[in-house]
Design a protein around this ligand. Structure first.
Ligand SMILES: [Mg+2]
Length: 182
């Protein structure tokens, strides 16, 4: 199959690729940013490098823009180019009356505006509430909080490779994706 039109993976940052905390964990941190200790999710570099040969990659986080920029530049393997690195100013702030708080949503139409087709955008996030308008375009991962035995990125990579040639990402059932990973 033609794979010229690679699917775009829009990766969340906090608790998806890294964990940042002001409270140091018992394990060694990877690096620091301001008052935060940053822990890379296990297999992160391998995941990004492996995925970059099958997908286009981007990062979109609802955290502060400068934080996002600096963290991404630190964790980015040299061989990789991201299509874009977006922070909170690209999110849409909305009041969630059920949660009684403000939620910074990632609206897919902003990615569409950059020229990506809606059938070819896949968001990877640990927070369903931030992508709820786009659940047909999202895969939810467990939240990473420092567990050094975490293997979510390994499982995710296997699943993503199995669907990399899908023409319309919205047409496949992605819930329960982990059970579909062999
Ligand atoms: Mg997150």
């Amino acid at each position: 199959m033609e794979t010229e039109n690679k699917i775009l993976l829009v990766l969340d940052l906090d608790e998806t690729l890294i964990h940042a905390t002001e409270q140091k964990l018992e394990i060694d941190f990877d690096f620091q940013y301001a008052n935060y200790f940053i822990y890379r999710r296990p297999h992160l570099e391998w995941f990004l490098e492996t995925m970059s040969s099958h997908f286009k990659l981007a990062v979109w986080s609802s955290a502060d823009d400068q934080y996002v920029e600096e963290i991404v530049n630190t964790i980015k393997p040299e061989s990789i180019e991201f299509e874009f690195i977006w922070g909170r100013t690209r999110c849409t702030t909305k009041r969630d009356y059920t949660l009684d708080e403000y939620v910074h949503e990632k609206r897919l139409k902003k990615v569409k505006k950059k020229g990506f087709s809606i059938e070819q955008i896949l968001m990877i996030d640990d927070s369903p509430e931030k992508t709820k308008d786009n659940y047909g375009n999202a895969i939810y991962v467990s939240a990473f909080e420092g567990d050094q035995n975490d293997s979510e990125l390994k499982s995710l990579a296997a699943y993503l490779e199995s669907i990399k040639n899908t023409l319309n990402i919205r047409s496949i059932e992605k819930r329960g994706w982990k059970n579909k990973t062999v």
